[in-house]
Write a protein that binds this ligand. Structure first.
Ligand code: DLL
Length: 434
């Protein structure tokens, strides 16, 4: 029995893959130029015509696209397909309050589902498996992304979503979950809950899991594997490019195969934009070549990674990326939710707590990320009654929760107590890296 979901695409020779990518790129560039005024203007300004792109060798002639471009065209300005063909919208955090909105046609959903199906298949998921999806369902792409991929390959999909951890364990026991998909930190929290409940992992049917949406280490992999008794594999993606399944680890677990017949990767120097040779660490950039609703040219992910075209034992010829080692911007990922310090700042400013001094302290307690927001009081606030201060803390906490969907501990601190620096303020103390 084949161990590939799309054997032809997953095992193409380099030459065949480059031909396919080139063919798709040429077609997509033409479509984007004719349908998205933003890109037409970029091409015109750079003096490029769609005919100048004759294959992937011309990729570097194309302009970059940034998260800010999606925000500037909020919500649907970069859509390349008519709204009547759009069947789904997802969104993720932007650099300020506005979300980065993406859309999908039915074909986009089918392609994305194939990407996820390839991933699930590669770790041994088959039709009789129960795929337990504990990523959040909603505008975030995690839940529905894994869900449609699992259904696409005919597995039995359990849409549990996040939260109610004891119930997650109960479902493992009663429904026979065999593949678990969630953030790596949530996997460890589930493991801890399982241990507290006295549930024996060997009595469960769990055999493998896909973990992603946030950075995680080899040590976490070992811990998840040991405590849940499974093979833990990495899955990468971002909503702008589709969602989970842009890249995935096969059972070998040695780097993530990029679904490069859909997304052409490049590694560039984040400062100069220059394309770097195979094996160099730099910023990962993707050009989508099949997307209908929101195709993107040379999208700057801000994730730092490295590519290898070396042969993988699994037989897939799809290029592999290494686990992202960090980001070129200050985006934090807290319990799988993306948040920029500037978003927290704008919540504080909107509430009228206009002191420019605040600090974010990120930590990991047990297996879960925690966020503390220290806000420096003005002298007037400081002289207020203590009860007043408590209600201010509660108000900030509520606002962060409702606008950014993050739960934080808020602490008002005395005037002039946060460090003053010359140069860039150090807004974030991330103790998770310690
Ligand atoms: O996190 C999509 C996803 C869902 C991926 C479920 C995997 C599993 P966004 O919310 O748009 O999309 O966040 C994308 O998250 O640019 C990376 O910085 C980070 N990220 C995603 N997967 C990984 C991973 C989803 N496996 C941003 N390792 C990306 C490290 C990851 N970072």
């Amino acid at each position: 029995m084949s161990c590939f979901w799309n054997e032809k695409e997953e095992t193409m020779s380099r030459h065949e893959m480059e031909l396919l990518q080139s063919y798709r790129l040429i077609e997509m560039v033409r479509r984007i130029y004719n349908n998205v005024p933003f890109y037409k203007q970029k091409f015109d300004e750079a003096g490029i015509k769609p005919e100048d792109i004759r294959g992937i060798e011309d990729l570097s002639k194309l302009p970059f696209t940034y998260k800010q471009d999606i925000r500037d065209n909020y919500p649907y300005g970069l859509f390349c397909a008519p709204l009547e063909d759009v069947v789904r919208i997802h969104a993720s955090s932007g650099t300020t309050g506005k979300q980065t909105v993406v859309g999908y046609t039915q074909k986009d959903i089918n392609d994305w589902s194939d990407c996820v199906a390839r991933a699930l298949y590669s770790i041994g998921t088959r039709k009789n498996d129960f795929v337990h999806v504990s990523y959040g369902y909603g505008l975030f792409t995690g839940g529905l992304g894994l869900h449609y991929g699992a259904e696409r390959m005919g597995a039995i999909t359990i849409p549990v979503s996040t939260g109610n951890t004891k119930r997650q364990v109960q479902i493992f026991q009663d429904f026979g979950s065999s593949i678990i998909c969630c953030t790596p930190s949530y996997a460890l929290y589930i493991a801890e809950t399982m241990e507290e409940m006295g549930v024996d992992k060997s009595a469960l049917s769990l055999k493998a899991g896909f973990f992603g949406a946030e950075p995680w280490t080899e040590q976490m992999r070992e811990e998840i594997e040991r405590r849940l008794g499974i093979k833990a594999r990495d899955i990468y993606g971002l909503s702008e490019i589709s969602g989970p399944g842009v890249a995935f680890e096969c059972i070998e677990g040695k780097g993530m195969h990029i679904n490069e017949d859909f997304f052409i990767p490049e590694i560039i120097d984040p400062d100069t934009g220059e394309v770097l040779p195979e094996g160099s660490w730099g910023e990962l950039v993707f050009t989508t070549v099949t997307k209908e609703c929101i195709p993107l040219l040379r999208y700057r992910t801000r994730d730092i990674s490295c590519l290898t075209y070396e042969k993988c034992e699994c037989g897939r010829t799809l290029v592999r990326m290494k686990k992202p080692s960090g980001r070129t911007d200050d985006m934090l990922i807290i319990r799988g939710i993306n948040v920029f310090p500037s978003q927290i700042e704008s919540v504080l400013l909107e509430l009228g707590y206009a002191t420019p001094y605040y600090q974010l302290i990120v930590d990991r307690k047990g297996n879960l990320d925690t966020l503390e927001v220290d806000v420096e009081m003005t002298n007037e606030m400081f002289s207020d009654e203590v009860k007043g201060l408590e209600s201010v803390e509660a108000e900030i906490k509520r606002a962060l929760d409702s606008t950014l969907n993050i739960s934080a501990k808020v602490k008002l601190v005395e005037p002039k107590s946060l460090p003053r620096v010359e140069g860039k303020a150090k807004r974030v103390i991330d103790n998770r890296k310690a």
